[in-house]
Write a protein of this length. Structure first.
Length: 387
């Protein structure tokens, strides 16, 4: 395993995730500063997801002609430009544009870094890819507190400009890497084969369902939780601390799961974690108050930490069977996160304005219940067909 490359790619993912999740505690500040509706505030979150959606599939397709190393470096350059663009953004729509450009870079990075890590890790690929969940979790632990603290002292754009500078430094270190990894071109399967794999391969289908449950809950909660806390007197720093503490719980749960990913990548465990997420999500639909929303935040952190850590191991089962490549597997997960990132803050925000956030949490809980039931049913059908 090329440890130096793995660490640098982890750092690139870590810093990009800081920019991705660091915007969450700033949403109330954007709403107040630019006199936005909840729907417009949600656009600051969702527009980056649109960029991810636009970039993910093309990034997985061009791996047949462009190496993952080149794609990773290009994505980091785009992320750097987007972060610097926040410094010169004169208004709301300029910020939206900068976040869209960031999403393009982030979408490419998530696809290309998975392929580069798979190449650099060798026989340790499953564990290295599973640990990306913990890397994301650590970043989520730091980013809300970091973004809230820096924004209150230096302005709303300052957190992203600082991260752009760090991204540029990591770019230089990776540019001069001479390990010989990340040069493998990985052709994507034809569209017909890919569609067949999504619907028929049990590992890939389970991965996508689990990703859907976790992504829909978190992307919508990134808007609903800060707004409810803001209504109860929490400022940006307080919201950032709450999210950081919950992220610590996520990191612990995901790290423990990643160490046991080979044994825990079973439909029964995945369905149980998804059902527990449904229970946690139902609480703020039934009860009001800060204690309830914090219980949800921490309960969802445990359950999604388990769920997300299991997604790559389930996906790698499909890779081992030749159903998909690592790049396509990562791109499919990206698409779900992107769609959830778009629909969660925008549709979720609009629905919460119309029916109230309690109804929105109830819908999220129902989604988790349906996913858990489908995973269990699919697991039983596979077991019956196996003999």
């Amino acid at each position: 395993m090329r440890l130096r490359v793995v660490i640098l790619v982890y750092l690139a993912l870590f810093v990009a995730e800081l920019s991705w999740s660091g915007v969450t505690p700033l949403i109330p500040s954007y709403v107040e500063q630019y006199d936005l509706s909840d729907l417009q505030g949600g656009m600051v979150l969702s527009v980056a997801s649109l960029g991810i959606l636009v970039a993910s599939v093309p990034a997985s397709i061009v791996t047949r002609r462009i190496t993952p190393r080149t794609l990773t470096l290009a994505s980091m350059a785009v992320i750097t430009v987007a972060g610097m663009g926040m410094a010169v953004a004169p208004g709301y729509w300029s910020i939206v544009a900068a976040r869209f450009v960031f999403g393009l870079g982030f979408g490419i990075l998530y696809v290309s870094m998975a392929v580069w890590l798979d190449d650099a890790a060798g026989n340790e690929s499953a564990r290295v890819l599973a640990l990306t969940t913990a890397i994301v979790g650590v970043s989520a632990t730091i980013s809300p507190a970091y973004a809230g603290w820096v924004a209150e002292r230096y302005g709303l754009s300052a957190p992203f400009v600082g991260l752009a500078i760090i991204t540029a430094l990591i770019f230089v270190l990776l540019l001069f890497d001479r390990s010989g990894t990340g040069l493998r071109k990985d052709p994507a399967p034809p569209a017909r084969d890919l569609a067949r794999a999504v619907t028929s391969d049990p590992g890939l289908a389970t991965m996508l369902l689990l990703t859907t449950a976790a992504a829909v809950v978190w992307m919508t909660s990134d808007l609903l939780v800060p707004l409810r806390l803001d209504e109860n007197g929490y400022d940006a720093s307080d919201i950032g601390i709450a999210f950081s503490v919950s992220a610590v719980v996520f990191v612990i749960a995901s790290a423990v799961t990643a160490r046991r990913a080979d044994r825990w990548a079973r439909p029964g465990i995945a369905a149980g974690a998804t059902a527990a997420l449904a229970i946690a999500t139902a609480l703020p639909a039934i009860l009001l108050g800060v204690p309830v929303i914090l219980v949800f935040l921490f309960g969802a952190s445990v359950t999604t930490g388990i769920i997300v850590a299991l997604t790559y191991p389930f996906g790698l089962q499909a890779v081992e069977r030749g159903a998909v490549t690592v790049a396509v597997m990562s791109a499919l997960a990206n698409i779900i996160w992107a769609l959830s990132g778009m629909a969660g803050p925008t549709v979720g925000g609009a629905f919460a304005e119309w029916a109230g956030d309690r109804a929105a949490f109830a819908v999220l809980a129902l989604v988790c219940v349906l996913v858990a039931l489908y995973v269990v049913r699919r697991a039983r059908s596979v077991q019956i067909a196996a003999p």
